[in-house]
Ligand binder design. Structure first.
Ligand code: TXA
Ligand code: MG
Length: 329
């Protein structure tokens, strides 16, 4: 296992070219990568994660060289967003060419394209000289990994190498926007805020309901109400002062709160209440709470602006479900 984790970019690139699985750092979360043009390699991603085939993958590129071969139409708004936010935590869903295997897109006519900004990810993409399909490197439905050790812990057996780029600087996944003619649709809030997107292209449709319900149709096939989930039940509460329990309860909070002492374990994401800092520690804090032998976790919601929107989205998916036993693991 030890030798699987390292910073050997050449080795990682070679493995990708051989159709192997390489987990690698990006600025958002760690990705589980394979050659996007190799259907067998891509099938291994789904198997390693236990991910259902209806959930399409993001294709990562180092620059625009591959775009004409992978993308059939590139709307003006895609260009405006790419100019402003690439490389960075923004994924653009656009019509695909026949070169992109149907397995990558779950049979959809569109492909999700992302140019990450992590220097090691870019170096890997450069040396592999391939478009790389990569979902977050966690078992399906579980907490996303924001450092190499998280990947080793959960998927160490399944991957051929883990390219260690240190802790992720953004900490939540990329924002996913679908561009269709003149329309722009927010499929997943993430590392680029809605406000910043609107400043560049104006109106964006938001099919996501802020409060998710299991019966609700997902705007994007992968946007399931249950996701990013700890094993310990998590509840979102607006006020913790009334919580009085003999159980061991953990607390997840943006900033410090006065009544924190009643909790068995407290995770304060940012002592100054800063959303950017909170995002970098969110998934790791969720993991620590999950591993602390608690009976339950309560979390206070974030303000719904900037990165708070992405954090609320992840929180609501971590919390959904009364019947935890039927969750995919
Ligand atoms: O930050 C990120 O985006 C990370 C890093 C590794 O790049 N990746 C990531 O991948 O979060 P994943 O697979 O966990 O999430 C991809 C999301 C899913 O919600 C999926 O449904 C959506 O993108 N998606 C991918 N292709 C799509 C398509 N053609 N149409 C609609 N949604 C798509
Ligand atoms: Mg994921």
């Amino acid at each position: 296992m030890e030798s699987k984790l390292g910073v050997d970019v050449d080795h990682a690139a070679r493995l990708l070219r051989e159709g192997k699985l390489v987990a690698f750092a990006t600025e958002t979360v760690y990705g589980l990568g394979a050659n996007a043009l190799d259907v067998t390699a891509v099938a291994h991603i789904f198997a390693a994660k236990n991910r259902p085939y209806f959930d399409p993958l993001i294709v990562h590129v180092v620059d625009r060289t591959w775009l004409p071969r992978l993308v059939a139409r590139w709307p003006k708004k895609a260009e405006q967003l790419a100019q402003r936010f690439w490389p960075g935590p923004l994924t653009l869903v656009v019509p695909k060419t026949d070169l992109v295997p149907d397995l990558v897109t779950s049979g959809l006519p569109s492909v999700a394209m992302r140019m990450p900004s992590h220097p090691l990810a870019l170096e890997l993409l450069q040396r592999a000289d391939l478009p790389i399909a990569a979902p977050s490197a966690n078992p399906f439905g579980r907490i996303s990994p924001t450092c190499a050790e998280h990947v080793a812990e959960w998927l160490g057996e399944q991957v051929d190498y883990i390219l260690d780029g240190g802790p992720c600087s953004v900490g939540v996944e990329s924002t996913v926007v679908q561009l269709d003619g003149d329309r722009a649709i927010l499929l997943r809030p993430g590392g680029v805020s809605l406000e910043d997107l609107q400043a560049v292209i104006g109106q964006i449709e938001i099919p996501i309901r802020e409060s998710t319900h299991p019966d609700e149709a997902a705007p994007s096939p992968g946007m399931l109400p249950q996701h990013y989930a700890p094993r310990v039940p998590l509840t979102i509460v607006s006020d913790v002062t009334s919580i009085c329990s003999t159980d061991k309860v953990g607390l997840l909070t943006l900033g410090p709160i006065p009544s924190a002492s009643r909790f068995e374990k407290v995770e304060v994401l940012s002592t100054s209440g800063d959303l950017t800092e909170a995002a970098t520690s969110f998934f790791a804090a969720l993991r620590r709470l999950d591993a602390a032998g608690l009976d339950s976790i309560v979390a206070l919601p974030f303000t719904n602006r900037g990165l708070g929107r992405a954090l609320n989205d992840r929180l609501s998916r971590a919390a959904t479900s009364a019947a935890r036993t039927d969750r995919v693991s």
